[in-house]
Design a protein around this ligand. Structure first.
Ligand code: COA
Ligand code: AMP
Length: 630
């Protein structure tokens, strides 16, 4: 079937389309229907079916003869180790870990936080939760204790699964002190923490609360898969919003299994048994969908890679992994490719490897600039597919359905809407725009299966964040346009979210931290262009009257404070003291105008600006730190 026929079928008969897709999933009790309209623009998928995520990702493959196939390959250039776990071994390991959770009193519906680096046990932890119907929430290792504490208080986990440490090039990330610190800060206390002691660092366990990962499994009965309803939350994944409080995106089990399975062949063009690699982190949505669940649900081999595109040990690492493990489809962020290009512009490292098994490179997480796409295409000799999605959707909104029908690539566009997504470009009043006209990108409700039904314990916030601006639509927070062929172009965020190295960050959260510095009276954080990371945060600080310490001291303290409170992942390295901030007459800070000045782009003087002269002051200040250069 062609893309067009498939897409049209999903629009004309969503019920039939998704019920058919649901046949690829094993159900204890098949759903009687696909969509459940809960009223007031809330929807659920496959709500009355019974299934289990772990059974679909692991056990059924063992039963169907894939027991000896590698399920997970772990490749860690940081520790210099490689290992492989078959589906049969994975089943044993996950059932045992799930048994330990049950023995600690964790049951269906209980939350479990997972705070782990890129080791296979991170996936086993997710699958063990899925096995018993516990709701996991993975927290990225680059966040500070305070961010972990916020998540602990929001989802109130019964247990936390963590490793003793993570490994960044040249430094050990001491997870255990971060975890202990977070639990100290949080009002909610977990009953138990299971700690995976890594060779690189043994953590001190706290009596009565912490258990050793393996010791906790001794003598416990392996746990069986617990059937859960299609609308049972599989996980909560926190993501940045406009304010400092992260949003707990909920993923319901049934739709997530059905949709991810559909994408593996139709978008990523892999068949069961093929090796699929997403070089991301389990802490991000890409890691949930395409390091863990998607490939495993589909019977692929997935790669857990503990390393960086460059420096572990060199810019050939990606190509080595692809050759060595025979990767068919490879998925990473444009930043990673830019990092490789910067180190090895002529592709000399690539020439050392045989990449004949690779069929395509997939890019997502941030805007893919045409230079990067073209460079990668020339280097690899395979199609490079940009695709656009969000934590909220869990998989591609717009992409190139290469396994169904590879559409012509238009560089700069992530291609077309995927089945089930009625993507529209709206003006401020919510009217559809003509092809080629810029507007807010919205998706007509209902969203397809696998997307967020709500935010954890925050349905009002869900409505306010996504459903209110354009009634009847989901507001993506991205702006862009669609051409006459239905190709989408994603241009910018419409909110205060920025994207640094493919990591989604809230400028509002950074502003909240900066405002906590005693010498800062007012501040604004903006995302300025960065040749490697796409965007990079820059803080503008107005000091409290009477403060006359050296500015360098204050900005240095602010950089340290953001790292301590949010974490190194914020990559907040630049702050600048200014006399005043550009504002509208009603007091709104003109962040977008500051970005344009810093990036040296043309801009229209905002009609509502309070005092136009301030923009020259800002330009001069920005020039002192290397921005706004003509
Ligand atoms: N645990 C602890 N710290 C982490 C971390 C983790 N899991 N991941 C990143 N960090 C730290 C980094 O060490 C760095 O610290 P530093 O300020 O002391 O150098 C900081 O967070 C910023 O990280 P990052 O922005 O990723 O920059 P980097 O210099 O480490 O690496 C690239 C640059 C381009 C190599 C890297 O950004 C990259 O590979 N990006 C790929 C993006 C990606 O996979 N995104 C996922 C979405 S698909
Ligand atoms: P996250 O939730 O971390 O996946 O971030 C989602 C946001 O990243 C989107 O709303 C976009 O702003 C941006 N994004 C993701 N993929 C792309 C892409 N292919 N092109 C442009 N922006 C993207």
């Amino acid at each position: 079937m062609t893309y067009r026929a498939t897409y049209d079928a999903s629009m004309a008969d969503p019920e039939g389309f998704w019920m058919q897709a649901a046949d690829a999933i094993d159900w204890t009790k098949p759903p009687s229907q696909a969509l459940f309209d809960r009223g007031e623009h809330l929807y659920e998928w496959f709500a009355d079916g019974l299934t289990n995520g772990c059974y679909n990702a692991v056990d059924r493959h063992v039963e169907n003869g894939r027991g000896d196939q590698p399920a997970i390959i772990h490749d860690s250039p940081i520790t210099g180790t490689k290992s492989s776990i078959t589906y049969a071994e994975l089943q044993t390991r996950v059932a045992s870990l799930a048994g330990a959770l049950v023995a600690q009193g964790v049951a269906k519906g209980d939350r479990v936080i997972i705070y782990m680096p890129m080791v296979p046990e991170a996936l086993e932890a997710m699958l063990a939760c899925a096995r018993i119907g516990a709701v996991h929430s993975v927290v990225f290792g680059g966040f500070a204790a305070n961010e972990l504490a916020v998540r602990i208080d929001d989802c109130q986990p019964k247990a936390i699964l963590a490793a003793s440490c993570g490994l960044e090039p040249g430094r050990v990330i001491h997870y255990k002190p971060l975890l202990d610190g977070a639990i100290d800060i949080a009002a909610h206390k977990p009953d138990v923490c299971l700690i995976l002691q890594r060779e690189q660092e043994r953590a001190t366990l706290i009596d009565g609360r912490d258990l050793d990962w393996h010791a906790a499994q001794e003598g416990v009965a392996p746990a069986a898969c617990v059937p859960v309803e299609g609308n049972h939350p599989a996980y909560i994944l926190y993501t940045s919003g406009t304010t400092g409080a992260p949003k707990g995106v909920v993923r319901a089990t049934g739709g997530h299994l059905v949709a991810l399975h559909w994408t593996m062949k139709n978008i990523y063009n892999v068949d069961p048994g093929d090796v699929f690699w997403a070089a991301s982190d389990v802490g991000w949505v890409v890691g949930h969908s395409y390091i863990c669940y998607g490939p495993l649900i589909h019977g692929n081999t997935t790669i857990v890679f503990e390393g960086k595109p460059v420096g572990t040990p060199d810019a050939g690492t990606f190509w080595r992994v692809i050759e060595e493990h025979n990767v068919r489809s490879f998925f990473t962020a444009p930043t990673a490719i830019r990092a490789v290009k910067r180190e090895d512009p002529k592709g000399e490292y690539k020439a050392k490897y045989d990449l004949s098994g690779l069929r395509a490179l997939y890019l997502a997480g941030e805007r893919a600039d045409p230079d990067t796409i073209e460079w990668a295409q020339d280097l690899l000799g395979v199609p490079v597919y940009d695709h656009w999605w969000q934590t909220e959707t869990g998989y591609t909104i717009a992409g190139n359905p290469a396994g169904l029908e590879a559409l012509p690539v238009k560089v700069g566009s992530p291609t077309v809407a995927m089945p089930g997504y009625d993507v529209q470009i709206l003006d401020e009043a919510g009217h559809p725009q003509e092809p080629g006209e810029l507007g807010a990108i919205a998706i007509k409700l209902p969203l397809p299966p696998g997307t967020l039904p709500t935010l954890w314990n925050a349905t009002d916030r869900f409505r306010k964040s996504y459903l209110t601006t354009f009634p009847g639509y989901y507001e993506t927070g991205d702006a862009g346009l669609m051409d006459a062929d239905g190709y989408l172009y994603i241009m910018a965020r419409t909110d205060d979210v920025i994207n640094v190295a493919g990591h989604r960050l809230s400028t509002g959260a950074m502003e909240e931290v900066l405002a906590g510095h005693p010498d800062v009276a007012e501040c604004a954080v903006v995302g300025v262009s960065d040749p490697l990371k796409g965007q990079s945060p820059l803080g503008l600080l107005c000091l409290t009257n009477g403060v006359n310490r050296p500015h360098g001291e204050i900005t240095g303290e602010c950089v340290k404070l953001v790292r301590e409170k949010i974490g190194p992942v914020a990559a907040f390295k630049n702050a600048l003291v200014v006399d005043r901030l550009p504002k509208t007459r009603s007091g709104k800070i003109l962040r977008a105008t500051v970005v344009k000045i810093a990036d040296n782009q043309e801009f229209k003087m905002p009609a509502t600006i309070d005092d136009p002269a301030i923009l020259d002051e800002i330009r001069t200040a920005l020039q002192t730190i290397g921005y706004a250069k003509g």
